[in-house]
Design a binder for this molecule. Structure first.
Ligand SMILES: Cc1ncc(COP(=O)(O)O)c(C=O)c1O
Length: 491
């Protein structure tokens, strides 16, 4: 007992400047010495009077910590003889002898789909968290109305408990689905109703669900090349065979897809703002794609990830609205229009697909927290969403103009592509410049760039960098360009 008490007392360090109170620290430290084996089953703890004196805490604090551990079953109190580490813990501890433990670095056995796909995954370790030049895919977090959002949050926590605390409707909170249908009609003239909308934990979750419902291993999926890397990874993991289809100023080159594989189960496109080149898919191409899908009996996924942010023209029409055969599934997200940490997106399906999606969602899908969905619904219904979008259009336009003005100072080797929507664009480079070297040199100076090759499923002739301008301030963008001007790899 003397030995273990000494070991116990020397291993407990309490920090009086910590945000955690000393009582909580003492409880956690005691739990740690028990679980790590410093104190063994049957060891007696020092009396609370001694513990309190040695550690410089009040006796009440020491008693509270001990009582919590008794309640958890780690300690037992025996009247008249003291407090002991519970014998029950002996059974939970791994034996000190016996067969050698399995090496913790050994990989688990992965499914054949994932094993096969892993070699072809696009790297996404650069997922953006930090608002700075030239992070892609991150909206203007600095301009989000946080105070208003906090008020909405408080209101929803006080709501009827069953509304926000129970299991929500599998398809998503009805008021949100209704608000999304209204928004799609106002924004893009899409005619739809709430029963065609399925709320998901982001667009990426939507792609995963659609793939799970429609793909068999080996099925062909047409992917824009360059194109969206997250969607690509999802379909690879589901065992699909991806067909890289060329992209030009009119969007996906359907003739290239037909030449490579007229049969396909899914085609994935970003018609409003091609990811990452930024082109709008032309009407002839849209009809070609719908005809190809009809012939292949395939389905088209329309990813409209930032369709709200056109700077001055009318909103771009959805491919969904051109489709009369019920072959297009439209996927939207609040990651750009609000913020990505919400993890809320949605799927809009043609009428004929409702029974299949209803069945899947009610069988095993769970979406984002109901409280979050209810907050977004109120934000939309009360007009704040439309206001926010309008403000953000102006803000992104100003940020783009700041970028374009500053980029004029870059060497002639860099050709910034003009854009009228979204919050990223491409800077094209001649083949003589090594984009990866530029990315590496910029990263050393704290500036984040994405090479165009990162979006490519198969090599393309064009060389360049994708520059996000949504999350950084005009000053931050100017400083970013100033940093790029000094890079030896850019000349
Ligand atoms: C092409 C594309 N689609 C959709 C999304 C949004 O995905 P999520 O809604 O899962 O955040 C992104 C995010 O960057 C994207 O780049």
């Amino acid at each position: 007992m003397k030995h273990s008490a000494g070991a116990l007392l020397s291993s407990i360090k309490l920090d009086r400047n910590s945000a955690k109170g000393v009582g909580v620290q003492l409880f956690m430290a005691l739990r740690e010495v028990i679980l790590s084996g410093v104190l063994k089953p049957g060891d007696r703890l020092p009396a609370t009077r001694i513990l309190a004196r040695e550690l410089g805490v009040s006796r009440t604090t020491a008693i509270d910590a001990i009582e919590r551990l008794v309640t958890e079953g780690m300690l037992v109190s025996k009247v008249g003889s003291g407090t002991f580490v519970s014998d029950a813990l002996a059974a939970q501890r791994p034996a000190s002898s016996g067969p050698a433990p399995v090496a913790s670095h050994r990989q688990p056995r992965l499914s054949s789909n994932v094993t096969h796909a892993a070699t072809a995954y696009a790297r996404r370790s650069w997922l953006p968290h930090d608002a700075r030049a030239f992070i892609t895919a991150l909206p203007a977090l600095d301009a989000f109305p946080v105070t208003h959002w906090a008020r909405l949050s408080a209101r929803h926590l006080r709501r009827a408990r069953s509304t926000v605390m129970g299991y929500g409707e599998p398809n998503g909170f009805r008021a949100l689905r209704r608000a999304i249908a209204t928004h799609l009609s106002a924004l893009k003239g899409i005619r739809c109703h709430e029963d065609q909308i399925y709320v998901t934990s982001g667009a990426q979750h939507g792609f995963t669900l659609i793939g799970q419902m429609l793909l068999n291993p080996g099925d062909r999926v047409w992917m824009e090349n360059p194109g969206a890397s997250g969607a690509r990874n999802v379909f690879l993991a589901q065992g699909a065979e991806l067909v890289p289809v060329d992209v030009d100023e009119e969007g996906m080159v359907v003739a290239d897809g037909l030449a490579k594989s007229p049969q396909f189960r899914l085609a994935f496109v970003t018609p409003t703002h091609q990811q990452p080149l930024g082109h709008l898919m032309s009407l002839p191409r849209r009809f070609e794609l719908l005809r190809a899908a009809e012939q292949a009996q395939g389905v088209v996924i329309e990813d409209d990830y930032d369709g709200e942010f056109h700077f001055d023209s009318a909103p771009q029409p959805a491919l969904y609205s051109t489709d009369t055969a019920g072959r297009v599934i439209y996927v939207g997200t609040f990651s750009k229009s609000l913020f990505p940490a919400l993890r809320v997106g949605f799927i809009l399906v043609p009428e004929r697909m409702i029974p299949a999606f209803d069945q899947t969602f009610s069988a095993w899908v769970s979406g984002p927290p109901t409280g979050t969905q209810a907050m977004i619904a109120d934000f939309m219904d009360e007009g704040h969403f439309a206001t926010h979008i309008r403000l953000m259009r102006r803000l992104y336009k100003a940020r783009y103009e700041a970028l374009a003005d500053a980029a004029a100072l870059l060497p002639d080797t860099v050709q910034l592509q003009a854009t009228r929507s979204g919050f990223h664009t491409v800077a094209f480079l001649p083949p003589s410049i090594n984009a990866l070297e530029v990315v590496g040199q910029a990263a050393e100076k704290g500036v984040i760039l994405a090479p165009l090759s990162r979006y490519c499923l198969a090599p393309i002739e064009r060389n360049g960098l994708v520059l996000g301008f949504g999350s950084a301030t005009p000053e931050g963008l100017r400083q970013g360009i100033e940093t790029l001007r000094g890079l030896s790899a850019l000349v």
